[in-house]
Ligand binder design. Sequence first.
Ligand SMILES: Nc1ncnc2c1ncn2[C@@H]1O[C@H](COP(=O)(O)OP(=O)(O)OP(=O)(O)O)[C@@H](O)[C@H]1O
Length: 293
Amino acid sequence: MRHIHFILNPKAGRGNNTIDLALLNKHFDKKDFTIVIKPTSYKKHAIKLAQDSITENADIIVACGGDGTINEVASCLINSNIALGIIPIGSGNGLASNLNIPKNINNALALIKKQSTKKIDVGQLNNHYFFSNTGIGFDAQVIKNYEASNERTLSSYIKATLKSLKKVNKLVEVETSINGKTIQHKPFLIFISNSNQMGYNVSLTPKASLEDGKLDILIVKKIGAFKIFLFSILMFLKLHHILKEVDCYQTKQLKIAQKDKPLFQTQIDGEFIMVKNPVINISILEKALKVIA
Ligand SMILES: Nc1ncnc2c1ncn2[C@@H]1O[C@H](COP(=O)(O)OP(=O)(O)OP(=O)(O)O)[C@@H](O)[C@H]1O
């Protein structure tokens, strides 16, 4: 008998998500599986629900939502033998796209029933985990504006990006240590990715792999409005790396320190997080998450 717990974010994507027992019973025979469905009621509730599911001896915990919900559930499963399942009903669904998990719910459930697992790398930023990506600078500002819009659609993401352009001159000076090199700079963006998908089929790090034991880093130097526009167009063509202001790295760890401010504005798996520390240390935990894919 296998115990599967579904943690459902009803607000992910366009909202009003329902996954009910009638649907799950069509896929999971009562002789072989017990099913529990736990809807979330507030932000970060999935963490508490996943922790409860661990003490209730779940064999598989399924995050039903987007990258934010996956982050909350998967952060409880690092180095655990419990497998993470994913039903991608979020907006961007970056990690699920990288894992080729079907967007069709019935197909995603059929995949979970097969229980074929693999181990993937996990990123760590101070005491936070990330599975897709994290970043400071422009993308953190975009996510901050995106969350303030209270809508999780591609058009509100584009509006948040345009709004963030107004703040591009307020760059923070940082010291970045990567692969034995230390850089003093005011970057437009430092993007750190485990996955080759950001969501909406867009990628800043198309060569990243969830299983290579490395993080793919993109550092974009201070750029003006025209170059930002060019960068966006090239990003959709996956050619942004050709700009001279863009540096790409692969690494197992990096450190970013601020001199003048005690806080870091970051985005972690598409959620805005204020890190209360002037230094962030980022590293990779190799093959630390068991996922059904
Ligand atoms: N009941 C709830 N009410 C409000 N917010 C919730 C609720 N349950 C979860 N959340 C929050 O919703 C946010 C968005 O979730 P999630 O990232 O899964 O969806 P998404 O943003 O639509 O997808 P993606 O990240 O793939 O673009 C998360 O911060 C999560 O904590």
